[in-house]
Design a protein around this ligand. Sequence first.
Ligand code: HEM
Length: 310
Amino acid sequence: MNAVTREMNAASDGDFGNADNAQRLKRLRALIAGGPRTLMMYMTVIAILYAGWSRRGDVYLSPEEGLGYALGITGGLMMLSLLLYPLRKHKKWARILGGVRNWFRMHMVLGVIGPVCILYHCNFQLGSMNGNVALFSMLLVASSGLIGRYFYGRVHYGLHGSKADLENLGSDAAALRGCMKYIFEESPSMQKRLDGLDAKTRNLPDGFVASFIHVIYISMLTRWARLATARDLRLAINAIHAKNRMDRQTLGSLDEVSRFYLKTYLEAIKRVAGFSFYERLFSLWHLLHMPLFMMLLVTGTIHVLAVHMY
Ligand code: HEM
């Protein structure tokens, strides 16, 4: 393995030129994590919902008895259990329940499966007034949860990661640029393109609408930069290969590591550009989510009492 690849690979193992940066690599990996698995999960849920909705006229399930009734109890209990996450997060004594990350993961899973059970419980149809109000409150809270999940992901390193801040994101981007110096030496045009993009992301506007437009604009620019730099990267790696005569494995590893740097770098600067905007949205979302949740608690309780009393 030649010096270039050794140094680049060392960085990908968590050594960005100084030994205490393993933490940084963990953060960076989390920045680009997710993707296919999450997509698969959502596609499965959509397919299950579609299957139930398209058979809503058939009377296989009744909310009052048998499996339909059991699904109502199960969904309700799932939504009560997902409250263990805020409990674990906010109350010190709840530490005995285990790690916050696992409870957060459970919260999201139960927040999706619970409402699916309730939709099957009511057979995707409307019924009594109290049931309808409880149903819409549930749909509102679950949808709000999905939106919150998106905002959360924008201001954290991954869904189970630590809270991000501008300083860390900025220094991560700078570290990644440092790691790409070998690529830049072979491709000044790529460096120039990324410099231009970097300057634009730092020009953060004031005001909500201007920030929103800026976030969309930078998101489009980074997407474009990814496409536009793909060729530059390939040419730069070929040039390094020509100079250093690498074997297949080393070349493959250099290719993989450089792609990782470029992808993570573009993600990091996109996050820098949108950080303040999403941070504000996330705290506004928190303010809205709690009253919606309280509404679900009240309407769900009234529904359960009403169906068992009358
Ligand atoms: C009916 C279902 C749901 C209920 C009753 C519910 C309830 C709650 C409650 C009470 C909180 C705590 C708010 C706070 O600490 O200020 C919360 C936070 C949160 N929920 Fe849900 N939720 C539901 C579904 C979902 C779903 C489906 C998702 C995403 C897939 C989700 C994602 C989140 C996120 C990202 C947070 C903020 C976490 C944080 O700031 O630490 N929720 N939810």
